[in-house]
Design a protein around this ligand. Structure first.
Ligand SMILES: CC(C)(COP(=O)(O)OP(=O)(O)OC[C@H]1O[C@@H](n2cnc3c(N)ncnc32)[C@H](O)[C@@H]1OP(=O)(O)O)[C@@H](O)C(=O)NCCC(=O)NCCS
Length: 268
């Protein structure tokens, strides 16, 4: 998709990885600075993330590119999404409990086998720290809606990672998701952003990202030691890491919240 004059407003244009394959390394460069290290140990990330940049799927990966008057370019933000097969889009409850991992795996498998997806799932948006609080995240979400429509998909959903949850490790995910601001909006700022853009909460995806690894690896990722079996809070975690000293393994199952955007006319 080429940048429209509107997208070029303010010298920031949106381009896809299909249009600019030379910029594909920028996705991981921007992402590696913001994701907790343990996310890289998710089996679906290991197996499928690279396939997002295959010829079939790179048109769903976007970069916000700042261009100065001398023509110098800077990657300011990125977004990732993937078409997947949603057997029953009339029923939000049928969204997979394995959220993010499930849509990434299904979307890549569908693209390899030539099967037709019917829905688009957001996977990630990263805005470079210096550009947070601008309209970039909003533009990238709006662009996903446009992209879903242009690719003939019936729905846009997102297994949203609530950005403030790690600051409240003693609160259960379900309780945290029930918190609201005084005016009734979702408490979490990133969930609220989707909500302000017209998305509604569909359901919790209790096992959206699964990371199982030897405790020594968890020590490397988190700096923590695990003298006893049990739950531990790791920095950036949305749920506890469960350490099992007998098997020597640590299991982290991250809940996310499924949100559904409106694609119909009138959906913002
Ligand atoms: C989440 C992210 C894309 C939002 O970009 P942004 O430019 O800050 O977006 P907005 O300005 O539209 O902010 C949305 C809200 O989230 C808040 N927010 C953003 N990042 C946050 C963070 N890491 N922790 C807490 N709050 C955050 C903002 O303060 C804002 O809340 P407000 O409207 O009440 O002020 C950006 O912070 C980011 O790249 N974070 C790291 C990657 C990530 O967590 N991505 C989301 C999961 S895919």
């Amino acid at each position: 998709m080429s940048a429209t004059p509107e997208e070029a407003h303010g010298q920031v244009i949106l381009v896809s990885a299909e249009e600019r394959p030379d910029l594909i390394p920028a996705f991981d460069e921007l992402g590696s600075a913001v994701w907790p290290k343990f996310i890289g140990g998710d089996a679906a990330v290991v197996k499928y993330w690279g396939s997002l940049f295959s010829e079939a799927l790179r048109r769903h990966q976007f970069l916000a590119l700042g261009v100065d008057s001398d023509g110098n370019e800077q990657v300011l933000a990125t977004s990732n999404s993937i078409p997947f097969r949603w057997p029953n889009p009339d029923d939000d409850a049928s969204l997979p409990d394995e959220g993010w991992d499930a849509v990434l795996a299904d979307g890549v498998e569908a693209s390899r086998s030539g099967q037709k997806p019917n829905a688009l799932s957001a996977l990630a948006i990263v805005v470079s720290p210096a550009r947070r609080g601008s309209d970039l995240a909003e533009r990238l979400i709006a662009n996903m809606k446009t992209s879903a429509r242009q690719n003939g998909l019936d729905a846009l959903v997102a297994p949203v990672r609530p950005t403030k949850k790690p600051a409240y490790p003693l609160t259960s995910f379900a309780d945290y998701m029930g918190w609201t601001t005084a005016d009734g909006a979702p408490f979490d700022p990133w969930v609220r952003k989707h909500w302000q853009l017209g998305a509604r909460i569909a359901k919790i995806a209790p096992r959206s990202m699964r990371v199982e690894a030897p405790l020594a690896q968890w020590t490397e990722w988190s700096g923590l030691r695990f003298p006893l079996s049990g739950p531990y809070h790791v920095e950036g975690g949305l749920a506890p890491l469960m350490a099992d000293c007998e098997s020597g393994l640590g299991l982290y199952e991250e809940p996310n919240i499924w949100m559904r955007h409106q694609l119909e006319d009138g959906g913002r």
